[in-house]
Write a protein that binds this ligand. Structure first.
Ligand SMILES: Cc1cc2nc3c(=O)[nH]c(=O)nc-3n(C[C@H](O)[C@H](O)[C@H](O)COP(=O)(O)O)c2cc1C
Length: 190
């Protein structure tokens, strides 16, 4: 009889532990409305990655839209007088963003995407970083690029612009990175 009681008690404890772990897993998925994917994309490559990342993680999506759109001439890095060359040559440059996030306080984790320009984040990403109070949040950079292999230099630039924010080095992705690959990467922070 005693043996039966022990077995029954053990079953109840195991079932309880299973239920708790299940609830935790569910909560984890549901709290993804605390996650934002914000991105800037001049020619569409980063947009595709950002959209797949947002879908794969269940995050909100926000496109950083320049007040003045970048033309092909603006993006000509071979011309040292082009808009992008001038902006990127001045670390204090803050191109104006046309749109805003309604309530930044509801996000704990922000994946911030951009194309690599001159080895780092475009100046308009610096505008974004200095436009909100991100204190206590985590901002994870991600990027597309022609060949620059990482976002480490971008992260280094970004850290002083958003004090009291955790900014890991993040990652550079090929434009055809899959939603599954993005989800696996993002799960480290979710
Ligand atoms: C002004 C400018 C500077 C760039 N600088 C770099 C660079 O330093 N390293 C690199 O690998 N690619 C560089 N690229 C290429 C972009 O990072 C790449 O094409 C990116 O995928 C574009 O993303 P988007 O379509 O989201 O704008 C540069 C592109 C532009 C327009």
């Amino acid at each position: 009889m005693k043996k039966l009681i022990y077995i029954a008690a053990a079953i109840i404890v195991i079932a309880g532990l299973f239920a708790i772990s299940h609830i935790n897993a569910k909560e984890k998925t549901m709290t993804n409305n605390n996650v934002l994917v914000a991105y800037f994309s001049a020619t569409g490559n980063t947009r595709g990655v950002a959209e797949r990342l947002a879908t794969a993680t269940g995050a909100d999506l926000f496109e950083i839209q320049p007040e003045i759109l970048y033309t092909d001439d603006d993006l000509n890095w071979r011309n040292d007088k082009s808009r992008s060359s001038i902006e990127m040559g001045n670390k204090d440059s803050r191109p104006v963003i046309a749109n805003t996030i309604d309530d930044i306080s509801k996000y704990d984790t922000i994946f911030l995407g951009f194309p690599i320009w001159w080895g780092r984040e475009p100046s308009i990403v610096d505008t974004f970083l200095t436009s909100y109070d991100f204190t206590g949040k985590t901002i994870i950079p991600f990027a597309t690029s022609g060949s620059t292999p990482s976002t480490a230099e971008a992260a280094e630039n970004m850290r002083p612009l958003a004090p009291n924010v955790s900014i890991p080095n993040g990652a550079r992705f090929p434009v055809d990175v899959t939603a599954d690959e993005l989800k696996t990467w993002a799960d480290e922070w979710l």
